[in-house]
Design a protein around this ligand. Structure first.
Ligand code: BG6
Length: 446
């Protein structure tokens, strides 16, 4: 690539004011080399040293951040090349590591060992961009800054938790990468599990990064490996003029059984959550783009207003961040009917002046500030793989494990509704459409 090719490639997705973008380009340079050759790394070191000199880097503050977004096969050779040849001697080093971080417990531990021999845990930032999303960063605040949430956040009040990731497009040219990983490794073992740990963890002793990560690790360690009976797997097929997964041209194995959809139920064996199903659902080529957490509370005991729907707290991560609570209200006026309504905090109507940064923008700033809170610690990663490795191995090895098909653009496999119902999700308010309020669903005269 030429320098200009590089610039147009890296800036094509940046949404910024044109003047700022020019400023960014002026700071950017491109240097090409081979992953496995010391000379390439040494020449990179020289380029960086020259730039440090031109920018007048203060002694002892010639800090370097390296960002590895690479295929797993070159991961360690690159880390070695960096450590040997480009590691800052006159400042601190930070290494950002993108997924995939292993394929299972064993490969992840192996990678961890090799990387750990080169960079310290303090220097490593395992990035999970979901931790940089506004609503995910808000989960702790919601839970621990509001007494009415903190008091009903357990098995006594919560019936089930749904964490849902839906994408309206298929692999479309990414089949080569995706087929080796599947939807569980792609978004569930990392992104959705991170969301789960923030919802389920105990209150940290402070907002210090290690205190937060200690609690996240502890709750993950209370989760046994996912059982095959708690899994529903699917793969999309052609529909609505869109190709099926197996028709993706970049796919090598045309008989692939890689799931593009999964619903997995996790159980947390501790005092707070025993018996509460956490249902993680994720799929490609579905009917909409949506990521949300839905906490469904229990029925009101001895309810005077029989048949009224359950309360639900919904935290919509994307698109259009929102927190809303479905609750029951008396229909205004002479009627005593109960209607379902919502307490609604929709960001774009409430925080009109606010610019929400992109997840990566916020996380890279955290790296510069040396804040590890929103990055995955080594023991956290290990605990995460322990939960997922047995089911992943079963999927990879057992050709008899059921894999349901679903149409491109649909809501997912046909048995999904029965699956979530089995784990307690009450769909009796399925006609409720947020944020529209309607009295047609009204029920029960006193
Ligand atoms: C990535 C996955 O980590 O997350 C992709 O590899 C997925 O398959 C993406 O599309 C989703 O991220 P976002 O921020 O668009 O929800």
């Amino acid at each position: 690539m030429t320098h200009d090719d590089y610039l147009s490639r890296v800036t094509q997705y940046i949404k910024a004011d044109p003047k700022e973008l020019e400023g960014f380009k002026a700071l950017t340079s491109y240097h090409a080399g081979q992953y496995d050759q010391d000379e390439s790394w040494q020449s990179l070191d020289q380029v960086i040293a020259q730039s440090e000199q031109e920018r007048g880097g203060a002694a002892g503050k010639k800090n370097r951040v390296f960002y590895m977004a690479l295929p797993p096969s070159v991961f360690i050779p690159v880390a070695k090349g960096l450590k040997k040849n480009v590691y800052a001697k006159e400042g601190v080093n930070r290494l950002i590591v993108e997924k995939p971080f292993g394929m299972d417990t064993e490969s992840s531990n192996e990678l961890g060992r090799e990387l750990g021999a080169l960079f310290s845990e303090e220097e490593i930032y395992r990035i999970d961009h979901y931790l940089g999303k506004e609503m995910v960063k808000n989960l702790m605040t919601l839970r621990f800054a509001n007494i009415f949430f903190s008091q009903c956040w357990d098995r006594k009040y919560i019936d089930n938790v749904q964490i849902t990731f839906k994408e309206p497009f298929g692999t479309e040219g990414r089949g080569g990468y995706f087929d080796d990983f599947g939807i569980i490794r792609d978004v569930m073992q990392n992104h959705l599990l991170q969301v789960l740990s923030l919802i389920a963890m105990e209150r940290p002793i402070s907002t210090d990064s290690e205190a937060i990560r200690d609690e996240k690790v502890k709750v993950l360690q209370c989760i046994p490996p996912i059982a095959a009976k708690d899994a529903l797997l699917g793969q999309y097929v052609a529909a609505n003029g869109k190709p099926g997964y197996l028709e993706d041209e970049t796919l090598k194995n045309k008989q692939s059984r890689t799931p593009t959809f999964a619903a997995l139920t996790l159980w947390i064996q501790n005092e707070r959550w025993e018996g509460v199903p956490f249902v993680l659902k994720a799929g490609k080529a579905l009917n909409e783009a949506k990521v949300e957490v839905r906490i469904q509370f229990r029925n009101v005991a001895g309810n005077l207003y029989k048949g009224t729907p359950r309360n639900e707290l919904v935290m919509r991560i994307q698109p259009n961040e929102a927190v809303y609570i479905k609750f029951n209200n008396k229909q205004p006026g002479l009627s005593y009917q109960t209607i379902q309504s919502d307490l609604d905090l929709t960001y774009n109507s409430r925080y009109t002046e606010m610019a929400i940064p992109d997840a990566y923008e916020s996380l890279i700033l955290d790296v510069l500030r040396n804040d590890h809170s929103n990055f995955v610690r080594d023991d956290e990663l290990e605990a995460a793989w322990k939960i997922f490795t047995p089911i992943l191995h079963k999927i990879d090895q057992d050709p008899d494990l059921p894999l349901e098909t679903y149409a491109y653009g649909s809501r997912g496999p046909a048995s999904l509704d029965a699956f979530v119902t089995k784990y307690g999700y009450d769909r009796s308010n399925a006609n409720y459409a947020w944020p529209v309020q309607s009295v047609s669903g009204a029920s029960n005269k006193l």
